[in-house]
Design a protein around this ligand. Structure first.
Ligand code: AMP
Ligand code: MG
Length: 399
């Protein structure tokens, strides 16, 4: 640990090891309409071939290649959704995209490449080859193949794939129940008037919406005053949840009441992460329930939740790949002061280069609403303009 700071990878490794040991085991059957953002609990094997039968990739004519040297009469018309008859030898069939290929035909010629003769026959103007414009049965998927594996996070595409296989319901991990606590005497909920010294609680809205996107059930435990007994009572009243997620009060200051209760009644590890924003992070346990205490500054909450707590929750659901995708992009700025902590700067892409929000203070959540992603400056590094750096799109972490 450089200078007593825990590298981000190491913190993540410890969190994921814990998540692996405490995976959510219960499953439930959920309709496709309710499954977006959730995690598949069992492999989904295809119960049928896709496509289920060979079909036409074009609007045109189905025929036997061997017959195509001379004009052919049209013996049937096959639309998508119809069951064709076998092709009469020496004829062709009018066929449309997605319609089943009649037995006996071995190619489809697109309508642009034929001439319709006055007597109704069709002349084929181009050389034909077997299988052209035919989507073979099972081309996409063969029956029995695992198409979506357990641990897959479902999004619109996966739901479309499941639908293509006829699945109305999927077996998913049950939703983890996460209690969200905001700590701080200064906090007031939006809608109320601000008193002297007070600010609005932004972390609660940030985290509750984010957790729901991640397929969690939220138990919003409101604002916790900076007070030992109140903190004790609030924790005791949370009931059975899968994770307690708090913000604020984690710097080892006098107002660290959550830490104190965990120390007395549970377990507490205080980490100083080599990360900026977001150095202090609590990982502990209360009445058998894991607790993650994020720093209170909203941009710190965003970064630590996005990089650590999000990954932890997804892993508890059985998702293997929990790291957000990042891309290498040239810096549109210079970074002259190497820091001990890895910086996650709120940034945008402008003409293919990373540009920074001017105010990177950890209290400024607006920086993240302006940003399209987090630009990563490694520990002990300086950068010149044009140097390549990692950029993590916020869309990757927020979903
Ligand atoms: P703390 O970690 O409690 O010392 O808080 C660090 C900073 O974050 C302070 O300026 C707090 O006022 C601010 N803060 C803590 N919790 C929240 C919250 N839920 N919403 C907005 N700001 C907060
Ligand atoms: Mg506080």
């Amino acid at each position: 640990m450089a200078g007593g700071l825990l590298p981000v990878e190491e913190a993540l490794e410890r969190l994921l090891a814990h998540a692996d040991a405490t995976r959510i085991a219960e499953t439930e059957c959920v309709s496709l309409a309710e499954a977006d953002g959730r995690v598949l609990a069992v492999d989904l094997a295809a119960p049928l071939d896709l496509p289920p039968w060979p079909n036409s990739a074009m609007d045109g004519y189905a025929l036997r290649v061997a017959d195509g040297a001379q004009p052919l009469p049209v013996s049937q018309r096959i639309l998508a959704g119809q069951a064709p008859m076998a092709l009469q030898p020496g004829t062709c069939a009018r066929i449309f995209t997605g319609a089943p290929i009649p037995e006996g035909a071995d190619c489809v010629e697109m309508q642009e490449n034929v001439e319709l003769l006055d007597d109704g026959r069709v002349r084929f103007l181009q050389p034909l080859s077997a299988r052209q414009n035919i989507r073979p049965q099972g081309q996409e998927t063969q029956r029995g193949e695992v198409v979506l594996s357990a641990g897959t996070r479902l999004g619109p595409v996966e739901l479309g794939v499941a639908a293509s296989l006829g699945q109305a319901q999927l077996t998913l991990r049950r939703k983890p129940l996460v209690a969200v606590l905001s700590t701080g005497d200064e906090l007031v909920e939006p809608g109320a008037a601000l008193g002297p010294g007070q600010i609005y609680n932004s972390n609660r809205s940030l985290l509750c919406a984010w957790l729901q996107r991640l397929g969690c059930e939220v138990r919003d435990a409101g604002i916790l005053a900076d007070d030992l007994q109140g903190t004790r009572d609030a924790l005791a009243g949370l009931g059975d949840v899968d994770l307690i997620l708090s913000t604020g009060g984690v710097s080892v200051g006098e107002a660290d009441f959550l830490g104190q209760v965990l120390r007395d009644e549970g377990e507490l590890t205080l980490w100083k992460l080599a990360i900026k924003p977001g150095k202090p992070l609590t990982f502990g346990c209360y009445a058998g329930v894991p607790v993650i205490g994020l720093p209170g500054n909203p941009a710190s909450t965003l970064v630590t939740f996005g990089l650590l707590a999000r990954a932890y929750l997804l892993r508890r659901l059985g998702v293997e790949k929990v790291a957000p995708l990042s891309v290498q992009v040239p810096a549109g700025f210079a970074w002259s002061k190497a820091g001990k902590r890895r910086e996650y700067l709120r940034a945008r892409l402008q003409e293919g280069r990373v540009v920074l929000y001017p105010n990177q203070s950890s209290g400024v959540l607006r920086s993240a609403s302006w940003a399209e992603g987090l630009a990563v400056i490694p520990e002990n590094r300086t950068l010149s303009e044009g140097d390549s750096l990692s950029f993590i799109p916020l869309s990757e972490v927020l979903g």
